[in-house]
Write a protein that binds this ligand. Structure first.
Ligand code: HEC
Length: 118
């Protein structure tokens, strides 16, 4: 048996890794730092929302959340927090699963990071 060169194996592993969808990273702010609340929001989005709204917020079972659509439908952040807390139709209520601060973090992530995507 001929062994594949290490470089080829590494390439295959990295290429496959890049295929697994992952929510957009939080960009570095003007002060040179990433907002830790947005980083927490990204983790929460990845764990709770991607299966219906897509890793990039492009939608699927649930509506699209990227490209500024959410801020257009919910100009008031409080109304969006209420929707995620209480649910609507096939959108589950997260009030019993996430802390209010976590809901605020994931909502900020959708408005401030996903909105810029797509
Ligand atoms: C089981 C699938 C599912 C999951 C998981 C889910 N959603 Fe939804 N979401 C939906 C559906 C379906 C709707 C549309 C509800 C309606 O209008 O009847 C929706 C609507 C929304 C809306 C309103 C969008 C608009 O333009 O009206 C927001 C914001 C939202 N979801 C955020 C989230 C967040 C944040 C999470 C994770 C914490 C999440 N969703 C998890 C299915 C899901």
């Amino acid at each position: 048996m001929r062994l594949l060169p290490v470089g080829t194996t590494l390439f295959v592993v990295l290429t496959l890794g890049a295929c697994s969808p992952s929510a957009p990273e939080v960009p570095v702010g003007a002060d040179g730092r990433t907002d830790p609340v947005l980083v927490q929001g990204r983790d929460l989005y990845q764990a709770n929302c991607v299966q219906c709204h897509g890793s990039g917020g492009g939608g699927g079972r649930g509506p699209q959340l990227n490209g500024g659509t959410v801020a257009a439908s919910y100009p008031d952040t409080a109304a969006q927090i209420e929707l995620v807390t209480n649910g609507k139709g096939a959108m589950p209520a997260f009030g019993g699963r996430l802390e209010p601060a976590e809901i605020e973090a994931v909502v900020r992530y959708t408005r401030e990071v996903l909105a810029e995507n797509g």
